[in-house]
Ligand binder design. Structure first.
Ligand SMILES: [Zn+2]
Length: 86
């Protein structure tokens, strides 16, 4: 009869946009951190089968910050083009 705490981060299985089914996939995420851009490959995420919307779990987010703030050696370094749309 212990009080059951509702999990703050309930596991999602339905897309917020279209109610499509989400499935776990590995995706590439681009993340800015303190003025620097990082590309994180093979990050586990939930992807909507219908509209392709991507949802990151709190664990995936922590993993991104972990990788960025650790001294992990990049697998490669890319040059990024910056375009001005004004
Ligand atoms: Zn969707």
């Amino acid at each position: 009869m212990g009080k059951r705490f509702k999990n703050k981060e309930t596991i999602m299985n339905e897309c917020r946009m279209c109610k499509g089914q989400l499935e776990e996939q590995r995706v590439t995420r681009v993340q800015e951190y303190q003025g620097q851009w990082y590309i994180i490959e093979n990050l586990p995420a939930l992807v909507c089968r219908q509209c392709g919307d991507i949802y990151y779990t709190p664990q995936a987010h922590d993993r991104v910050i972990d990788l960025i703030t650790s001294d992990a050696t990049p697998v490669r370094v890319e040059h990024v083009s910056v375009l001005d749309a004004s």
